[in-house]
Write a new protein. Structure first.
Length: 150
């Protein structure tokens, strides 16, 4: 059974995403909209990771995960408008991994009839959807000016 492996992957992805949001928030502090929104998203990801840690404790120990199973995070914040755009795209990749992994874990939790795990996973889904929507909107707003003018 790999449910615990994937739950650990989801928790790690949430932690990496929180760190990435903080990196972007601090690295692009001059852009107030990005700074404050990214900091808020980081806090939500931290809450998700804490909730998932409690769920992991209830499940059997993890097995041997497949190779290349870790989550790759952002490096240091890039500079300038083109750097911000690239940082946002990196965040989008990690947020998409969180979303897809959450979907897989949710389906397994439903099949297992683990209502407690289903509730935890479903409680986070709206936050991740909001994060993906914010990232998409911010990329759309940033891209024309960055790619055509800056």
């Amino acid at each position: 059974m790999h449910l615990t492996d994937y739950l650990l992957l989801l928790r790690r992805a949430e932690t990496v995403l929180a760190t990435g949001y903080r990196t972007v928030s601090e690295g692009h502090a001059a852009d107030a909209d990005v700074h404050f929104a990214a900091a808020g998203h980081a806090d939500r990801c931290d809450c998700h990771a804490r909730d998932l840690a409690a769920a992991v404790d209830r499940l059997p120990a993890a097995g041997d995960p497949p190779e290349r199973f870790d989550v790759v995070g952002l490096g240091p914040a890039r500079t300038g408008p083109a750097g911000l755009l690239r940082d946002l795209l990196d965040l989008y990749l990690v947020a998409s991994l969180v979303d897809a992994t959450r979907t897989a874990v949710l389906q397994a939790a439903k099949a297992k009839r683990d209502t407690a795990l289903v509730e935890v996973i479903q409680a986070h889904a709206a936050d991740t959807a909001a994060q993906l929507a914010w990232l998409t909107m911010t990329v759309k707003a940033t891209a024309p000016q960055t790619l055509l003018v800056a």
